[in-house]
Design a binder for this molecule. Structure first.
Ligand code: TYM
Length: 339
């Protein structure tokens, strides 16, 4: 079992990242320890330069994201925690895979279509080839499982297509080079929605901070954001079917269920018939209770820049050693002479 996943260090770690991905990173770290598998988790700083950015902010966000991940339970002694920029093999692998990826495949990526909008000509080349780097990120480590939220599913399907085409085109039938990675998407928290609009996902890039719960928000801010979260005027229904067509209510009930480790129906058995005036404070308190220790640890860790840089340096060293063998085999398979 080889588990690989990444997160862009652009802004704060939010509840969508946590419930959609990071909680599974931590859980899989425990599983991997039990089965002798290995976890590699990284900051996708090279992906972050595909959009306009301020260099000083990227550097600061990279260190803050390490602190946040460790505060959430990613253990740098048990998992390999690093940033792409210190493992140049990712970029090398991307170039090698650029020969296999097809323009048509990239043109169909919904993230590319959403982010580029009508102004495709004005986008960076990096935004277009972004999914090839993501494929390189996982294929270079022969990842078997990739814990992510729903929005990354299409990118991972592309990684599988690239791996399959490369294996077909350049490897003997009985000795494929690349493992096909399986996305691991939590069914109950695959897509946490914005607190201001139940039809768009909770995201770092939403200009309104009220749309998301940051893992670093203090108790007052969390209570305030939940209180102000958009809802409808109806009381909560008694069962899951009653959430149909009520995206904001469904989102808040879903968050409660995952945080409390309950099913949606159990949450509704408890709160069905109640208005949001009763449900929202209960949800706020649950979030505060669970996020407060993470927040406290984050505030402590973020102060020690040396220690954060040391974590990344050590992680990158381990990652490079794990990346090199597959990279070398890829050069060989393509007929590139390496002396
Ligand atoms: P990023 O930085 O946008 O998000 C990190 C992880 O959080 C998940 N996520 C969500 N899950 C549920 N609900 C939400 N509202 C929500 N928002 C974000 C994402 O699905 C992701 O798992 N391209 C990736 C980073 C990346 C990567 C990789 C991931 C680069 N290389 C290789 C896996 C494997 C990204 O921008 O994630």
């Amino acid at each position: 079992m080889r588990i690989v996943s990444g997160i862009q260090p652009t802004g704060n770690l939010h509840l969508g990242n946590y419930l959609g991905a990071i909680r599974n990173w931590v859980a899989m770290q425990e599983d991997a320890a039990a089965t002798g598998g290995e976890c590699l988790y990284f900051l996708a700083d090279l992906h972050a330069i595909s959009m306009p950015h301020v260099p000083a902010d990227l550097a600061a966000n990279t260190r803050e994201m390490v602190a946040a991940l460790v505060a959430c339970g990613v253990d740098p002694d048990r998992s390999v925690l690093f940033n792409q920029a210190q493992v140049p093999q990712h970029s090398e692998m991307q170039w090698l895979l650029n020969g296999t990826a097809r323009m048509g495949w990239l043109n169909r990526m919904t993230q590319w279509k959403d982010k580029a909008g009508k102004n495709r000509e004005g986008q960076s080349v990096a935004l277009f080839t972004y999914p090839v780097l993501q494929a390189a990120d996982v294929l270079i480590y022969q990842a078997t499982h990739v814990p992510v939220g729903e929005d990354q599913k299409q990118h991972l399907e592309l990684a599988r297509d690239i791996a399959q085409k490369f294996n077909n085109d350049f490897c003997p039938e009985d000795a494929p080079l690349f493992t096909l990675p399986d996305p691991f998407i939590p069914p109950e928290a695959a897509r946490i929605m914005s607190l201001r609009d139940g039809s768009s996902k909770m995201s770092k890039s939403d200009p309104s901070d009220m749309s998301r719960i940051n893992m670093t928000d203090d108790a007052d801010t969390i209570m305030q954001k939940i209180k102000k979260a958009r809802t409808d005027p109806e009381p909560l229904p008694g069962d899951k079917a009653g959430l149909e067509g009520r995206p904001e209510a469904a989102n808040l009930v879903g968050i409660y269920a995952v945080m409390a480790g309950m099913s949606i129906d159990d949450v509704l058995a408890q709160f069905g018939g109640e208005g949001f005036g009763k449900f929202k404070p209960a949800l706020g308190e649950l979030l505060v209770e669970q996020l407060a220790p993470i927040n406290a640890r984050f505030l402590e860790l973020r102060q020690d820049r040396e220690a954060l840089d040391a974590i990344l340096r050590k992680g990158a060293e381990k990652a490079r050693a794990l990346a090199i063998p597959t990279l070398e085999k890829t050069y060989d398979a393509l007929g590139l002479v390496r002396g």
